[in-house]
Every structure is written in C-alpha cells, then in structure tokens.
Design a protein around this ligand. Sequence first.
Ligand code: FAD
Length: 319
Amino acid sequence: MKISDILTGSTKAYPSLEIVPPLRGITKKELIESIAPFMEFSPKYINVTSHRDEFEFREEADGSFSRHLVRNRISETTVCAAIMSRYDVETVPHIICAGTTAEEIESKLDNLEFLGINNIVALRGDSMTGEKRFSPTPGGYRYASELVEGIRRYQGSAGYQRNRKEGDSDRYFCIGVGGYPEKHFEAANIETDIENLKKKIDAGADYIITQMFFDNNVYYDFVRRCREAGITVPIIPGLKPLSTARQINMIPESFSLDIPVELTSEIAKAGTDKEAVYRIGTEWCIEQCRDLIAHGVPAVHFYTMGKSQNIVNILKECF
Ligand code: FAD
C-alpha cells in the first residue's frame, strides 16, 4: 500500500520507524530480532536508510596509492527484502543521489518493483568523508528534486509495464522527501530552502518527512511557512529522543539544529547519571509526541538509529 493512501486513510496519528541497515557481518536473524520490539505496535511501515559507498586509499608496497571501495553496510533493498520475508509490513527504502549514477538508480528501481516495493524516500545524500561540498557523481543527480523527476520518468522494465494499471505508469512509486524545519545547513535562508523543497513537490513528491527537531514550535512554524509557499502535501514530523549527554553537542553539529535550553539544562543537572539523562531524553520526546498528536499531525516518524528501548517506551506512552 502506498504511504499516500495510508496517510489519507488514517483517522488518527500513527508511528513510523526508520532503521539504519546493519553493518556487514550481522545476520538476517539478528536484524529481525533487532526490530522485533517494534513489531508489537504493528507499524504501518518501516523506513530503511541508504548509505553511500566510501573510498579509502591504501599505500602499496612500491609507495603508490590505490583506491578501494568500502561498503560497510548491507544495502537498503536487501534489508527491506529481509524484513518483508518475516513480517507483513510495508518497507520504505531511502534512495540517495550521492555516489550513484541515474542508470544505477533505474536498476535499483527495477529491483524494488521486482520485490513489490512501491514506496521510496528520495534524498540527495551528503558529501564523501573529507569532501567539503557535495558534488554529484558524473551521470548522477545534483539535487533530490532531480532524483524525484528521474523516478517519475522511470517506466519500469517491459514486464513491469505489462503488470501496471493504466495511468499508473509514472506514479508507480509513492515518493517522500526530506524537509528541514531549521533549514538545511547549505541553504542561505529558510525561505530559499522552502522554495527548493517546493521544487521536490512540483517534481512529483507525495509527502515530506522532517529532520528531527526538539522544539515543536519550530515544526509548527515550518508547516505554516510551507503552506504559505503553496506546499499542500502532508508534512510528517521526525523525532529522535536524546539518549546520552554527548548528543547535546553531537546532534546540533551533525544535523545543524538547536536544542532548547530547558532540555540542555535538565541534562546538565543530571551530570554523570546516565540513566537520568536517558530518562530525561525519553520524557522530552514523549511530551513532544503527545503535543504533536494533539495538534493533529498525521503520523510521527521516529529515527531509531539502532536503539529500540527508548522508542518502545515512547510508543507505549503515546500510541
Ligand atoms: P536537496 O533537497 O537536494 O537539498 C540539498 C540542498 O540544496 C539544500 O540546501 C537545498 O536548499 C539546496 N537545493 C535543492 N534544490 C536546489 C536547486 N534546484 N537549486 C539550488 N539549491 C537547491 N542521508 C543519507 O545519506 N541516507 C539516508 O537514508 C537519509 N535519510 C534521510 C531522511 C530524512 C527524513 C532526512 C530529512 C534526511 C535524510 N538524509 C539521509 C540526509 C540528507 O541526505 C542530507 O540532509 C542532505 O544533505 C540533503 O538531502 P536532501 O534530499 O534534503 O537534498
């Protein structure tokens, strides 16, 4: 079922979960066990992130350097297939422009259609480690809006076209895109960032999932600005509970966002008490989630990032 249909058919807010593919060496059984705690909440779908390949240089015996491809994680498509082989749940693989050509993306879409997956989140991805700015792969896409256009152009292999319903040819995939309530770190200001977000919707995206935020007013203001800019699609808020004191510095640095002073001072008061920090982060997220639901959001998206206990506690309290 397409996420757009789930969104229109839902009468109350539901949780969605985003997981990161496991590192190579983890077995399918371990992956299935790691998501088992979420399944008792019958999530309507599970997002699986995508990670660009990295290169590393190794010094050879003669002193020269050779370039080697490093693939650390199992691919999102494989993880989706593994989840669907065990659970009756929709999976939503993320597709990124970074490090990929348009042709390779077409081949990935064929693989997804083969598996019966018709939901995607389309993203640009980030620069490679050590690279200052994002640069597109030759023959690849520069912006997520171009990727959305590319997905809409995709017609599928001949066999798939035969199976599609009439009028479904360029709408086979339901496409989600990312939005940034505190603006994307490269954008000059929130206004241009929202103009660029609108390009993704105009290119054919069906809904938006936001970057995480810790102050709901930032989300409400973002939704208001999007609506004023003519963006009418659903905007799903993304949440992540803080779980360690270190994240107070790491999260703003990695995701270019603010953490409210009320939360940082609570965490500071907890000092070295790790359990207290964990509890404060979880309780803050529960409050955020309850308030969002009270404001009528269609769904709440959780960035699990390999952690399950705090998310399970939040799901128990809020859904
Ligand atoms: P874009 O929409 O292409 O925007 C990137 C920048 O370019 C922005 O500053 C925008 O304002 C600007 N821009 C866009 N279009 C134009 C234009 N036409 N002209 C000029 N400027 C323009 N990363 C991963 O690697 N894997 C994942 O699985 C993943 N999942 C994510 C899920 C969500 C919900 C979110 C919010 C982010 C996710 N990311 C993921 C991170 C994302 O890849 C990065 O934030 C990346 O830097 C931007 O991606 P984007 O799709 O938002 O890019």
